[in-house]
Design a protein around this ligand. Sequence first.
Ligand SMILES: Cc1cc2nc3c(=O)[nH]c(=O)nc-3n(C[C@H](O)[C@H](O)[C@H](O)COP(=O)(O)O)c2cc1C
Length: 454
Amino acid sequence: MTHDTPTQDTPTQDTLRLGAFFYATGHHVAGWRHPSSEADGGLVLERYIGWARRAEAAKFDLVFLEDGTGIRDASLRSSERTARSTHFEPVTLLSALAAVTERIGLVATTSTSFNEPYNVARRFASLDHLSGGRAGWNLVTSASDAEAANFGNDGIALHADRYERAEEFVDVVLGLWNTWDDDAVVIDRASGQFSKPDGFRPLDHRGKHFAVRGPLNISRTPQGQPVLVQAGSSGPGKDLAARTAEIVFTANQTLAEAVEFYGDLKERMAGFGRGREDLKVMPGLFPVVGRSEAEARAKFEELQALIDPVVGLALLERMIGGFDLSGYDPDGPVPDLPESNGAKSRQQLMFDLARREGLTLRQLYLRIAGARGHAQIVGTPAQIADEMEERFRAGGADGFNIMPATLPGGLDDFIALVLPELRRRGLFRQDYEARTLRGHLGSRPPAAPPRQER
Ligand SMILES: Cc1cc2nc3c(=O)[nH]c(=O)nc-3n(C[C@H](O)[C@H](O)[C@H](O)COP(=O)(O)O)c2cc1C
């Protein structure tokens, strides 16, 4: 059992945590059309192995895979023109990557709206065993009606109801992960005792959404329990994260937004008896780097020139709450739309960005085609390191979820050009200090629900 609980070799918090956020063919919506990208990446394991090994050799904390339980575009016409319509289920893929990597964390997204807690607890416990303690679960409640339609629903549940279910869901998963003692498995052939008496026990959870007897049918994991990650940024999202998450992924544009979000979230933790250091805030960062600013700009403009208006508008429709924008003048202002029942914070971010920069619909979809509202920096290694250092020192981030525009090119550029600059400034590790994801983070797991006595 390799519980990397915080010790003297736990990484100190004056270095950044970095995630490698892999989107098949890269994050720029037209990335697959760029001649340098591995456009078939969504379905070729060797591609992911190559990207994951690059990230591990560069000492990233984790690989992160997003997920949707369905093709999320409103119309399949645009889905036919993106590389996002076909890709591996993330836990399945990370199980394969676990066998060809040794130290890098493996974080997959799974929805609480379209899964059962017992299956999710089992899946991530298996990944933690398979990877020797490197698993993380990114909890989302899913935000698109297109996904709900794959599970017999006309639309997603109300935002508040999705989070209410998620709150109970995560407690059941935490409870199941804790139904086994660390030393339960004894394999005593002589006495015939495979597990020690009372080494595992039922959960007997009865709640509004779930009734789960347990125990889990897989023993306690190398980390004790996989790392909980969260990506919701609304009020209910922040409360759930403050109570249960060890990493929060988020999207913010300005330094002020980043500092405000960070401060609010860390303050909420005290209300749940948790220390600020037990949660790492890692906003998304979309870097396009060149040896000169002009080179970086040219790389970015090359991708922008490949944007298909149908695909660009469809992405904005998703990011702004799932509304059909085809009836509006693309060169007109962003219309006032009802509050979304989907990704509330992302919709607000789109409105704020459009208002702040006075963007038309077309300008907005061109503006978010790469980073989908996350921070976007096109520049030299020093310029990108400056922005990262400023947000880190100002209390706006503990690290970043790096979003390469294309793969492998965008990742290679970041590793070759930006990481040396971060290391020169003492902002990123030279080598791994720990063997588990929680060890890389230096965090403590959230409290599990009280145990049932047998
Ligand atoms: C870095 C990041 C990754 C995300 N990954 C996913 C994902 O894989 N699947 C998903 O359905 N939503 C994903 N989301 C969206 C969130 O789950 C959530 O819907 C969104 O942040 C809005 O949350 P809110 O409704 O609490 O404001 C992601 C968000 C962020 C910031």
